[in-house]
Design a protein. Structure first.
Lengths: 140, 426
């Protein structure tokens, strides 16, 4: 039940944006560590307000460099471009696909060839949930 | 400069948060239940159409839910609070003067925008929120907060407005036809007790109130009542970021005589501050729905020893209950506290204060209603036992069951817990 302030020096800690001013006039948390330390949070999360994390389950996206239990960093504010990996909702299910634009049409291509390619148009119950910007893989 | 105020209100907020992470919930009836008394605190449009009322006790809707496949979820406040923060951040980044009113509502000021551009500005804001955070919102625009809020209710029920409604696009007559459709109990500032009084005098709609005798309103409701009337008449009384008589916030803070590294000392302090702050809250006759806590090391400490965190907890509904406030405050302390620092000062602030009569969601009312219903059902049970089980029937077998909210229906804390992330099968 918290509004999270931005972690300053932590590594992968609590996410999301910071409330720089609190209504009652408290001083803002100090934010001047940029020059002193590498902030991985800022490197990975360009737009905290529109960024969400999800965990990948399964192996069909190995070709795209996504392995089981990897964390996907998803930015909903970014427009997908040809070749991007996106999280999509197809027939009410979450899925991860490669976004391709061919001759002005948009396709969602699975890495695993046994799955169908979906064309994004008004007839199909398919939409883009967000663009995958980073994949966090924990080395053994 | 003409006053132009907007109210942004998330549509079926809790349900919308759940739908973001579970697309299967789209287009079907869904309700979210409160934890304590198992009341409905959010409904999808489909659930509304089936007649489920806001505040209805869970046990009462069991039959309907089974019959129509209504999905019931327990409140997942960590999620809603986080999503709310994102929505508010977007509004604050786009608009100059923003007042966060509750977890899913905010006022902002459009007075400095060019005439005629309000709709476009609000449509853009709406689209941004939909894209970035997946939450649908409705925006009402008017010269006053009260009128903006009233119109936003109209927009929610009338799809032709496409979720943005502006009194500046209407004639006075048009505004009145809409005000006629708003029940007096839904007018901002008119609470439960005033509603009863007003109905006695035949004042049943916002329009009735707008045109009623000012002298009478003044005698029964004093200035607050007159102000509501003025605001319905397109006169601005309340500014954005500015609240009337009650204080905007209540703070209790203290600097420690001796700095401490002990979380228990801080918890004890915050706990007593919470109690004192709540006393002030009660004496001012206001409620709060947001609690801010801070713990500070010395501000002059060297950078590595300096830690000045603060956090806000949004509560599910407005309250003046000391135990709720205290519990939330202590939870916040636990989240903020880091062992390696020496703390010099801490404090609590109760925010978003609203007068008791400005009841936004009438859950306070429901406790009374639930007790009465409970008594009624016990009586029914007695009769059935004596005369046979179908003598008095409810809709289903539901009422004999436990009607406390089933917390197993809580979804994951998708945005605040590493262990509870959304999982996508590849």
């Amino acid at each position: 039940m918290l509004t999270f302030f931005k972690p300053k020096i932590n590594g992968v800690g609590k996410i999301i944006y910071s409330e720089n001013t609190i209504q009652a006039g408290f001083p803002s948390p100090a934010e001047d560590f940029k020059e002193l330390e590498l902030d991985i949070y800022q490197y990975i999360i360009e737009n905290p307000t529109a960024t969400f994390f999800a965990r990948a389950k399964g192996n069909s996206m190995q070709g795209a460099g996504i392995l089981n239990d990897d964390i996907l960093v998803i930015d909903r504010s970014k427009e997908a471009k040809d070749g991007d990996i996106v999280v999509a909702v197809i027939d009410s299910e979450f899925t991860v696909k490669r976004f391709k634009k061919i001759n002005g049409k948009v396709f969602l291509i699975p890495e695993n060839p046994t799955f169908p390619t979906i064309e994004l148009n008004d007839e199909k119950d398919a939409s883009i949930w967000g663009k995958v910007t980073f994949v966090i893989h924990k080395a053994r | 400069m003409k006053s132009k105020i907007a109210i942004l209100d998330c549509n079926n907020f809790y349900v919308s948060c759940e739908r973001l992470f579970n697309p299967k919930l789209q287009n079907i009836p869904v309700v979210v239940l409160s934890n304590n008394d198992g009341c409905v605190i959010s409904r999808s449009n489909e659930a509304k159409k089936l007649g489920i009322k806001m505040g209805q006790p869970a046990f009462e809707i069991e039959a309907e839910c089974e019959k129509h496949g209504i999905v019931q979820l327990s409140t997942n406040f960590a999620l809603y609070s986080d999503i709310s923060n994102r929505v508010m951040k977007i509004i604050k980044d786009e608009m100059s003067s923003v007042e966060i009113y509750s977890v899913d509502e905010a006022f902002f000021d459009l007075s400095e925008t060019i005439e005629g551009t309000e709709r476009d500005i609000c449509i853009k804001l709406r689209q941004k929120i939909q894209k970035w955070v997946g939450i649908p919102v409705t925006i009402g625009i008017a010269p006053s907060k009260t009128l903006a809020k009233a119109l936003s209710k109209i927009a929610k029920k009338n799809a032709e407005f496409e979720n943005v409604i502006s009194s500046f696009e209407m004639s006075e007559d048009e505004i009145d036809t809409y005000l006629e459709k708003i029940d007096i109990s839904d007018v901002w500032g008119v609470g439960f007790s005033y509603t009863k009084l007003l109905r006695l005098y035949g004042i049943n709609t916002a329009k009735d109130f707008k045109y009623y005798s000012s002298d009478w309103i003044n005698s029964k409701m004093k200035r607050p009542g007159l102000w509501i009337q003025k605001e319905l008449n397109s006169t601005k009384i309340y500014s954005v970021d500015n609240h009337p008589k009650p204080k905007k916030s209540i703070s209790v803070t203290r600097t420690f005589g001796k700095s401490t590294t002990d979380i228990n000392v801080i918890k004890e302090a915050i706990s007593s501050f919470a109690e004192r702050a709540t006393e002030k809250l009660i004496s001012e006759k206001v409620h709060t729905n947001a609690i801010s806590i801070f713990l500070h090391t010395s501000r002059f400490a060297k950078e590595r020893s300096r830690y000045l965190p603060s956090g806000i907890v949004f509560l599910p509904s407005y309250t003046d209950d000391p135990s709720v406030i205290c519990k939330s405050a202590l939870m916040c302390v636990e989240k903020l506290f880091k062992g390696k620092y020496t703390y010099k000062r801490c404090g609590i602030t109760l925010l978003n204060l609203i007068p008791n009569s400005f009841e936004q969601k009438d859950f306070f009312v429901n406790e009374e209603v639930i007790t009465k219903l409970h008594q009624k059902y016990s009586a029914i049970e007695k009769v059935n036992k004596k005369y046979g089980s179908n003598t008095i029937r409810l809709a289903s077998s539901g009422f004999s069951r436990q009607w406390k909210s089933n917390q197993q229906k809580i979804t994951k804390r998708y945005t605040t817990s590493w262990e509870e992330l959304l999982e996508i099968s590849l």
